[in-house]
Design a protein around this ligand. Structure first.
Ligand SMILES: *Cc1c(COP(=O)(O)O)cnc(C)c1O
Length: 415
């Protein structure tokens, strides 16, 4: 018999998956209960409330899709996009392409506009496009982990509302770490993941959508044949082209009708519930503050080493810090040394940025003082070992300075 798998303890400073809070890991080991056990349906209802708070929304519809973030986006898109619908997707990094790809597979008439991977869109550019294209749906990423940029959404949301375009957002990178206001920003549907600032394992996607979105999918509602009652009829419009991701069926499952759909991922829901409880205890504003504090300390350390931060501008994503890899330094050799010698993981990037930048995440439970020190220390040692010319012995001290200065907020600096 093979031995049981015992994972090593890592300091995970990537943009996901990140370290799970120990309380969440404990929740994962709780016993299974049946999916229609009142204890479990209560948990479903309580989770809905916490998902609403997470997205700052009053929407009735706030639940989970079993699958990672893209499963959440796919459920939203396949349920909302009818073949031929014009879908505008502004792209400023890898995950924008993913939205366009999913929209295309759903039969959308996809119109994309692309930005270089070192910036975001001016709201006016997108407002003009909404005017020109007149899209049924506009979909965009809030925080691009591939480039370390964050797209302001408020004005785009307002323009979508004015033009009657449904506004869809992928908030995977930001939710639980950076301010996100679904209702204030006129976001009609949103999906996130659990493996980033929510600090649970990947595998479930909290989503929410409002009545405007629900109205668009209503004519497509079709109850599965084997579980129909006499009043259930075929859909008026083309039924949603996915069973698993059909939000109209999931509405019937996550509401008092409790119509059987898939078997809810019991343990994942325990984990998400505990993650969201932790977030509610800390407070969304306090949590955002904590993330920017660790970001500042991390940036100070990186810069003190003499390294250059990529995309260090007003639209830098606070929970991802990108660093230009110094000339002549081998990306993979440095990351391997960090992992093997120090148990610290950081990430490379994708597409045009692969081998050009490193990405350091400071998300959720991984955004801790000890982790920031640890990653700076390991990076300095690995760069030195690989012969890079950097300033020695300054990085950790520079981060310490930041923490010292923010003493007044000491209670948020968990270690
Ligand atoms: C990390 C990330 C994802 C990852 O989604 P998966 O379903 O795990 O592939 C999606 N979107 C954004 C914006 C991300 O940052």
């Amino acid at each position: 018999m093979k031995q049981a798998f015992i994972p090593p303890r890592r300091t995970i400073m990537t943009p996901g998956p990140v370290e799970a809070d120990p309380r969440v890991l404990q929740a994962l080991s709780s016993p299974i209960v049946g999916q229609f056990d009142p204890v479990f349906t209560d948990l479903m209802n309580e989770t809905m409330k916490l998902v609403r708070s997470l997205y700052r929304t009053d929407n009735q519809w706030a639940f989970t899709i079993d699958g990672t973030s893209r499963a959440g986006m796919e459920a939203i898109m396949v349920s909302l996009i009818e073949p031929g619908d014009k879908v505008l997707v502004p792209i400023y990094g890898r995950f924008g392409y993913l939205l366009a790809e999913i929209a295309g597979r759903c039969g959308g008439d996809v119109r994309t506009v692309e930005k270089d991977w070192n910036t975001v869109f001016e709201a006016e550019e997108i407002v003009r496009l909404i005017d020109e294209v007149d899209p049924v749906i506009t979909a965009i990423v809030h925080g691009e982990t591939s480039t370390g940029c964050i797209q302001p959404l408020e004005k785009i949301g307002a323009a979508c509302r004015e033009h009657g375009s449904l506004f869809l957002v992928d908030a995977t990178a930001t939710i639980g770490g950076v301010e996100f206001r679904m209702d204030d920003w006129n976001v009609d549907a949103v999906a996130g993941g659990t493996q980033k600032c929510i600090s649970g394992p990947s595998g479930t996607s909290p989503i929410s959508f409002n009545d405007r979105a629900a109205e668009k999918m209503e004519p497509r509602r079709q109850v599965e044949l084997g579980i129909r009652s006499e009043t259930d009829e075929d859909a008026e419009a083309l039924p949603v082209r996915s069973n698993y991701f059909d939000l109209t069926q999931l509405q019937d499952y996550w509401s008092p009708r409790r119509l059987n759909h898939h078997t809810e991922a019991t343990s994942m829901l325990y984990a998400l519930y505990e993650s969201l409880r932790i977030i509610a205890e800390e407070g969304l504003d306090e949590r955002a503050f904590r993330h920017t504090l660790h970001e500042k300390a991390l940036m100070a350390g990186v810069q003190a080493m003499g390294l250059e931060i990529y995309n260090n501008h007003a639209h830098k994503l606070p929970v991802v810090t990108c660093i230009r890899i110094p000339d002549g330094v081998d990306d993979e050799a440095v990351r391997l040394l960090m992992l093997e010698e120090f148990g610290v993981e950081i990430a490379s990037s994708f597409g045009p940025l692969k081998g050009k930048i490193w990405r350091i995440g400071s998300m959720g439970y991984s955004a801790r003082k000890e982790n920031v020190y640890h990653v700076l220390f390991a990076l300095e040692a690995a760069l030195t070992s690989c012969g890079a010319s950097i300033h020695h012995g300054r990085a950790v001290a520079a981060a310490m300075e930041i923490y010292k200065k923010s003493n007044s907020a000491a209670e948020f600096i968990s270690t």
